[in-house]
Design a protein around this ligand. Sequence first.
Ligand SMILES: NC(=O)c1ccc[n+]([C@@H]2O[C@H](COP(=O)([O-])OP(=O)(O)OC[C@H]3O[C@@H](n4cnc5c(N)ncnc54)[C@H](OP(=O)(O)O)[C@@H]3O)[C@@H](O)[C@H]2O)c1
Length: 319
Amino acid sequence: MTIDNLRTPPVALGTWAWGDSGEPGDGWFGSQLAQADLEEVVDRAQGEGFTLWDTAVVYGMGRSETVLGEVLTRYARSDYQLSTKFTPQAAGTGNDPMAEMLDQSLARLGTDYIDLYWIHNPADGALWTPHLIPLLESGKIRHVGVSNHNLGEIELADRILAEAGFRVEAVQNHYSLLHRSSERAGILDHCRNKGIPFFAYMVLEQGALTGKYSPENPLPTGSSRAEAYNGMLPQMTALADKLASIGRQHDAAASNVATAWAIAKGATPIIGITKPGYIDGLVRATGMTLSSDDIAELELIADAASLNTRGWWEKDMEP
Ligand SMILES: NC(=O)c1ccc[n+]([C@@H]2O[C@H](COP(=O)([O-])OP(=O)(O)OC[C@H]3O[C@@H](n4cnc5c(N)ncnc54)[C@H](OP(=O)(O)O)[C@@H]3O)[C@@H](O)[C@H]2O)c1
């Protein structure tokens, strides 16, 4: 029982970095993003058919949602889809913290419905999942997904929703060449078998796996992503080189190959987009077919790097 079918483009667009304040040393990404550039990002993306935008309340505590709402005002609401999240760890103390958090997201995004609404992290599935049901029934949210949930938690959410005639319609986890925990835990297979999209986030390891950053040119000093990844950049070099060499055969960049790898594995990547030029890369990534040899070689090199890129908010998905 859903209002319409979830339209899943081959790639969704992530806006966590849009929550950065732009002040040096303040922000996860250390990015300074000008609204005019983000308008161009939106124009190029919409023009190429990338129309599903992912955000969350906690990306800059409302800043990402606000900016996204502003730059999308020039488009008809039916021309794009919004994906945002309820973060249990940031829930208020009112009577219905999920409905309240959703209302604040709707106001910031300048809309009266969310196409895809997520439980951001599994705090207490039995407690929070039922709160989605009246929001689905009211039409304020059209589809629901769970993020950072392991297989047991996904199944629990599905059972709770099924009692009201709904279901988990999407899963969103960290999934990259360097972090295949969801694949090893059978979550990708589960999604394939159930016919629901698996959204892969941090496919580019927040920029560390794009070839743009290296031990000589590390991620922005003072940012959280620099703290997480700069120490690993030397061990990522072999993988970045392989991505770049495959890219040369396709007239594409390393980052496009990493994205194409995720698509080849059956995932819908959510790529964090900060510059208009990155949209061309998505066009290349979605038009590229990687050979099974390329995929196997990339995974071999990634495994040999033996890096742990799990975010502090994530857990291992394997039982
Ligand atoms: N559910 C969750 O818990 C969760 C957690 C994390 C992320 N997410 C979602 O997933 C999205 C993606 O993750 P992310 O943004 O953290 O990381 P990501 O997609 O792995 O990396 C994004 C970064 O890669 C660089 N980049 C992107 N396209 C590029 C290209 N074509 N060429 C070169 N560099 C490129 C940009 O860095 P520069 O700006 O430095 O160029 C950008 O900030 C988020 O925005 C968010 O919507 C969800």
